[in-house]
Design a protein around this ligand. Structure first.
Ligand SMILES: Cc1cc2nc3c(=O)[nH]c(=O)nc-3n(C[C@H](O)[C@H](O)[C@H](O)COP(=O)(O)OP(=O)(O)OC[C@H]3O[C@@H](n4cnc5c(N)ncnc54)[C@H](O)[C@@H]3O)c2cc1C
Length: 356
């Protein structure tokens, strides 16, 4: 079949590779250059984890992980850094307890660490005496930009065509096929179309009134005290997340200087076509407070910082559905700030539906 994928971020790049692998005539449209930094999937790292309070996501992660492993094997490069995941919080934090119950119900092993055992095991990190930490080893981070590029490169190797700097402006379903029109006025016919336009989905499909809001998010890399660098390597430090407060961070990723820290909470509403306000002191100050609490060997100096978009669905769920009365077109969005880890699974499922 002749199948178009509109938007080549985490979801679209994976879908394009699956389609091309299955022998379809796959064409991917991307409005910017590949690997651009205006959407949601750029950067060195995204957390993957089984640790969710809702076991539904634990099960999804178990399904998604073999797909990431297969991508890594086919790409012959390191895309998964399995450093483990650590949750930190008050001893009676409700989220921490809910995660522990969900892991138990799913039969996933985990460990509790107190302040002394945490310092011994992961010397870069601190908790207070009234707190505890939950460590789960089947987590870590995915090399986000490299995953997207690996999918695109392999899709091309399997015969896919990638149209960069080509914005799709109109979708016109006809009995003869679905016609896509681009900004330059070109029209092409497809048997099926997968819409993976991330933060631009509401603009691409205004008549659907999708319940999505797009927000500006930020993250920053901070310098590590030079004599402490070894304890920030992934072999000695997991990805960490503060329960309830939702600050989180990574070990040194080996590519970008320093350590990355961010805050998972909704930022200000952002038009994806407008330039995002650059990272400023108001963004960095809460991150510094968190560093002072958790990572005493990290210096307050931000080495670099970036913005990124969340596409938020009301219940932090994902979109995976056909267009109303139009089974030749499917919508997929890895929404709500936690979708990268599941993007490959959502792409796989969408491809199965679309080509059934
Ligand atoms: C700061 C930050 C931290 C995050 N941390 C995590 C994490 O730790 N773990 C996790 O699992 N998830 C995380 N996420 C969420 C995850 O990164 C996103 O859910 C995921 O990357 C979304 O991918 P996407 O393919 O849906 O969107 P995108 O990557 O934005 O891709 C959509 C693409 O469509 C293109 N496009 C749009 N409209 C058109 C058009 N009309 N024509 C052609 N092309 C078009 C865009 O240019 C874009 O390239 C984080 C997100 C952010 C912003």
């Amino acid at each position: 079949m002749r199948i178009a994928v509109v938007g080549l971020g985490a979801v679209g790049s994976a879908a394009l590779r699956f389609l091309a692998q299955q022998g379809h005539e796959a064409v991917g449209y991307e409005q910017f250059v590949r690997g651009h930094t205006r959407g949601s999937s750029h950067g060195e790292s995204r957390i993957y984890r089984l640790t969710y309070a809702d076991p539904h996501y634990t099960r999804l992660m178990r399904e998604a992980f073999p797909l990431w492993q297969a991508l890594q094997a086919e790409a012959s490069e390191e895309l998964i850094v399995p450093c483990g995941v650590l949750w930190l919080g008050d001893a009676n934090d409700p989220e921490l307890n809910a995660i522990a119950s969900a892991l138990q119900s799913e039969g996933v092993p985990y460990e509790w660490l107190d302040s002394a055992s945490l310092s011994e095991r992961f010397p870069a990190l601190r908790i207070e005496a009234r707190e505890r930490a939950l460590f789960q080893r089947e987590g870590g981070f995915l090399r986000a930009s490299a995953c997207v590029e690996a999918n695109l490169r392999l899709a091309e190797a399997h015969g896919a065509v990638i149209r960069e700097q080509t914005r799709v402006t109109r979708i016109d379903p006809q009995p003869s096929g679905v016609w896509l029109e681009t900004e330059s006025g070109e029209r092409e016919r497809y048997d099926r179309v997968l819409l993976t336009a991330g933060a631009w989905l509401p603009k691409l499909l205004p008549s659907l009134n999708l319940p999505l809001t797009v927000t500006r998010q930020t993250y920053a890399y901070f310098a590590v005290r030079p004599d402490a660098e070894p304890i920030f390597a992934p072999a000695q430090m997991p990805v960490w997340i503060e329960a309830t407060r939702h600050f989180y961070g990574f070990p040194c990723d080996g590519r970008q200087a320093g350590v990355k820290v961010a805050w998972h909470r909704l930022g200000e509403v952002q038009d994806p076509d407008a330039p995002a306000r650059p990272v400023d002191e108001a963004d960095l100050a809460p991150l510094r407070e968190c560093l002072a609490r958790r990572l005493p060997d990290v210096l307050p100096k931000a080495l670099s910082a970036a913005t990124c978009l969340y596409t938020n669905a009301p219940d932090e769920r994902f979109i995976l559905q056909p267009l109303p009365d139009e089974p030749r077109m499917w919508l997929v969005s890895a929404c709500s700030g936690h979708g990268f880890k599941f993007s490959i699974l959502n792409a796989w499922r969408a491809v199965q539906h679309l080509t059934a």
